[in-house]
Design a protein around this ligand. Structure first.
Ligand SMILES: C[S@@+](CC[C@H](N)C(=O)[O-])C[C@H]1O[C@@H](n2cnc3c(N)ncnc32)[C@H](O)[C@@H]1O
Length: 260
C-alpha cells in the first residue's frame, strides 16, 4: 500500500463518525432562514474531500468546491465523478477566483481558523465576497476565542482501529497567545494490520481562535454584515464553553469599494 492510500485511509477512519449529514441539514436550515429566495448555487471554500458538497447536492444545490490540497481534491473528484452537480478545483481561498456568482458561500470544519494571519483572513473573506451578489450569504465555522481560552487545549492521544489499519495520533498544542494562534502538533503512527508495514507522519496545524469584534471588522471590510453568530450546530449564542462558533454574513453593496 502506498503512502497516499495509507494517509487517505487514516483520514476516512478519523472522521468516520463525523455527522456530515446533520451539519448539512443545519446549514440548509440557516440558508432557508436567512435568504430571501431559494438558493441553488453554492461555493464551498476548503471543501476537503467533498463530503459536504455531495450532501448539499442531494438537497438540490449545484456545488463548486475548492481546496489547497491536491490530494483532497483528487479524492473528491474520484469519489464523486458521477455527480454532475459537483465541480472541484485546487486553489488557495486567499486568492481563488472563478467567473461565477453563487447564492451561498460556505467554509466548514475550521477552514477559516486555518487562515491564521490578518491578511489571510481578510483575503478569504474577500474571496467569499467576490463570488456573491448583494444579499448572498457567507456561512463559516471557526474556533471561538472565549471558549478556547476558558478550556485551554491540552495534549491528547487518540487511538483508532478498523480491520485494515491501526492509528495512534498524539496531539501536542503550543499556544501563541500574542497571535491568537494554537499550533497543534500531530504525531500520527499508522500500521497496516495486514502487511504489518507502518508509517509515521508529523503535521502542524496552526489554528487561529477568533473573537466576534474582529470577525465583524473583517467582514465589514469585505462588504459583509454579520447577521447571525451561534454556537456550532445550534441557534444559541456561543458561551464561554463554546469552542466552535458559526458566523452568518450577508453581502451588502458598498458604493466605493470595488473587488479585484
Ligand atoms: C479540517 S479540513 C476540512 C475539510 C472539509 N471542509 C470537511 O469538512 O471535510 C480543513 C481543510 O481546509 C483546507 N485549507 C486550509 N487552508 C486553505 C486555503 N488557504 N485554501 C484552500 N484550502 C485550505 C485544507 O486543505 C483542508 O482540506
Amino acid at each position: 500500500m502506498d503512502k497516499f492510500n495509507l494517509y487517505a485511509k487514516y483520514y476516512n477512519l478519523l472522521y468516520k463518525d463525523k455527522d456530515y449529514t446533520g451539519e448539512v441539514e443545519y446549514i440548509d436550515k440557516i440558508i432557508s432562514s436567512f435568504s430571501q429566495d431559494k438558493a441553488s448555487a453554492l461555493l464551498d471554500l476548503g471543501c476537503g474531500t467533498g463530503i459536504h458538497a455531495d450532501l448539499f447536492s442531494e438537497r438540490g444545490y449545484i456545488v463548486d468546491g475548492v481546496d489547497l490540497s491536491e490530494q483532497m481534491i483528487a479524492e473528491a473528484k474520484e469519489n464523486y465523478s458521477s455527480n454532475s452537480k459537483l465541480r472541484f478545483f485546487t486553489g488557495n481561498i486567499n486568492d481563488f477566483r472563478i467567473d461565477k456568482k453563487y447564492e451561498v458561500v460556505t467554509s466548514l470544519f475550521h477552514v477559516i481558523s486555518y487562515q491564521n494571519s490578518n491578511n489571510a483572513l481578510l483575503n478569504s473573506f474577500k474571496t467569499a465576497a467576490a463570488h456573491l451578489d448583494k444579499d448572498g450569504l457567507f456561512i463559516f465555522d471557526f474556533w471561538y476565542g472565549p471558549g478556547v481560552l476558558t478550556d485551554l487545549p491540552t495534549s491528547r492521544v487518540k487511538e483508532l482501529e478498523n480491520e485494515e489499519i491501526k492509528v495512534k495520533r498524539s496531539a501536542t498544542p503550543v499556544m501563541h497567545n500574542e497571535l491568537n494562534v494554537v499550533d497543534v502538533n500531530y504525531n500520527i503512527e499508522i500500521v497496516n494490520k495486514v502487511t504489518k508495514s507502518s508509517e509515521t507522519i508529523d503535521e502542524k496545524h496552526s489554528m487561529r481562535y477568533l473573537f466576534r469584534p474582529e470577525i465583524e471588522n473583517y467582514l465589514q471590510q469585505s462588504q459583509f454584515k454579520l447577521i447571525g453568530f451561534y454556537h456550532w450546530l445550534s441557534f444559541d449564542a456561543p458561551g464561554m464553553s463554546s469552542w466552535n462558533g458559526v458566523a452568518i454574513a450577508k453581502k451588502y453593496k458598498h458604493e466605493n469599494w470595488s473587488l479585484d
